[in-house]
Design a protein around this ligand. Structure first.
Ligand code: FAD
Length: 412
């Protein structure tokens, strides 16, 4: 086992760290003030486009897209990308600067993997160039959407078109004025076997029949400029060639899309946990209560030690999952991807919780990013599949694996 990053990755780590130090950390407060000003709701922060141009010029662009995507990819693997995503994760909004932010990354992978040349030219090219943004419409308020086979939105063939009707919610990114592409999952054939009923279709954002019925807040905050929203689709008509991969392939596409997306979230969660721990250590080092530094209290030291252990454990597990993805694909690594999706957001939430406590009142304010890390990792335990669903699937997989091994032993 080799625990060193490759020379190529080490060089990128150095370049990305320098970029963050020079261009990102210094503007965190400015960006926060802009996006939290009610006058700027749903307005992109103007400085971001300049930062994107700088990142592109520095070769820090589309790093998430693995080499199997050939001409579209900058040539990294998941193992190479893991430490880079961790660095970006320390400032959660910064991944957009490098064109590495969800939901665009998942949509780019779908189009790169399954899109026709025409779909790739029309939608993938501007996404890869960072010229447009996109949203993924899967979740529905009327059904338990952690089971994607429940989705009810209808996609019905009508001559040379498909007509879409349904209600979606928790749609990230749709409020951003730069969002021009919707990737929608719905049902094309209710009579087909359960995993073949759904399809995925491209819907231009400006198609008639799309209404934002309300905005959703996460723990009371709008996630501006992209936001989360409830979206009504009423007789939304798009050409039949907008279907991705073919009828009945929606479930398969959702699985292919969410595997890499989940591990990217986990890599970033580790960055947030690491930064929360560093901020906590600096705070307790200088803060005096009852005549002693907080750093001298045993309970604080235990919190720091426990957090350090948990971050290291999660990081190693993430790197192992990334390595297995590079070797065997997302399907071959699905047990480890499920494991890391269970472990990393909860770990980051708990580390953030300890860091909040050590800061006293300051911990729940916006004077540090720790409270936002707590909120982000709390909802990540639901988004991209709730913890329980991953545990159920992982448990089933492992029981089958070990039972099959026992059967082989008995048979031999
Ligand atoms: C901030 C945020 C952003 C999001 N962005 C998007 C987006 O861009 N696009 C999109 O389509 N969706 C998005 N989602 C939706 C998210 O993916 C869903 O909320 C998630 O899949 C769960 O679906 P649900 O809300 O319908 O919960 P339900 O399916 O109703 O499940 C509710 C709860 O039931 C429990 N549960 C479910 N299954 C099991 C089981 N097998 N065993 C035990 N317990 C179980 C879990 O605790 C689960 O949390 C986002 C969500 C959030 C919070």
């Amino acid at each position: 086992m080799n625990f060193e990053h490759s020379d190529k990755t080490l060089a990128l780590i150095a370049r990305l760290t320098a970029f963050m130090d020079e261009h990102v950390y210094p503007v965190e407060a400015e960006r926060h003030a802009f996006t939290h000003d009610p006058a700027n709701l749903w307005r992109p922060w103007p400085v971001l486009e300049d930062l994107k141009a700088r990142a592109q010029a520095a070769g820090l662009w589309n790093l998430f897209l693995p080499h199997e995507y050939g001409r579209f990819s900058p040539g990294l693997g998941n193992l190479d990308y893991a430490p880079l995503a961790e660095i970006m994760g320390r400032v959660p909004w910064s991944s957009e600067i490098f064109n590495c932010s969800a939901p665009d990354t998942g949509n780019m992978e779908v189009l790169a993997k399954y899109g026709t040349p025409e779909q790739q030219e029309r939608w993938l090219a501007p996404l890869l160039a960072g010229e447009i943004r996109s949203a993924y419409l899967m979740t529905e308020p009327r059904v338990a959407s952690s089971d994607a086979t429940n989705l009810e939105t209808s996609i019905v063939r009508d001559g040379g078109d498909y007509v879409i009707n349904g209600l979606k919610w928790w749609i990230s990114g749709i409020m951003d004025p730069r969002c021009t592409l919707l990737v929608v999952m719905g049902k094309t054939d209710p009579a087909a076997p359960r995993h073949r009923q759904h399809s995925t279709i491209i819907v231009p954002r400006d198609t008639p029949g799309i209404t934002i019925t309300r905005n959703l807040t996460v723990f009371g905050s709008h996630n501006s400029p992209g936001g989360e929203a409830e979206v009504l689709l009423e007789n939304v008509r798009v050409p039949a060639e907008n279907l991705i991969l073919g009828e009945g392939r929606g479930f398969e596409i959702a699985q292919g899309r969410l595997g890499p997306g989940r591990i990217h979230h986990c890599m970033r969660s580790i960055g947030q946990a690491q930064r929360a721990l560093e901020i906590m250590a600096r705070r307790v080092d200088g803060r005096i209560a009852f005549g002693r530094r907080l750093a001298d209290q045993s309970s604080i030291r235990q919190d720091v030690a426990r957090s350090y252990c948990e971050i290291e454990q999660a990081r190693l597990l993430t790197l192992k999952a990334a390595d297995q993805m590079d070797r065997y694909g997302a399907r071959g690594a699905r047990d480890l991807i499920a494991a890391i999706k269970i472990v990393a957001p909860r770990m980051a939430q708990e580390v953030a919780d300890r860091a909040i406590q050590a800061h006293g009142g300051m911990g729940v304010s916006d004077d540090t990013p720790i409270a936002s890390f707590f909120a982000l990792n709390r909802f990540l335990r639901i988004a991209d599949g709730p913890d329980e669903v991953h545990m159920s699937q992982l448990g089933k997989m492992k029981i089958e694996d070990y039972a099959a091994a026992a059967q082989r032993e008995r048979g031999s």
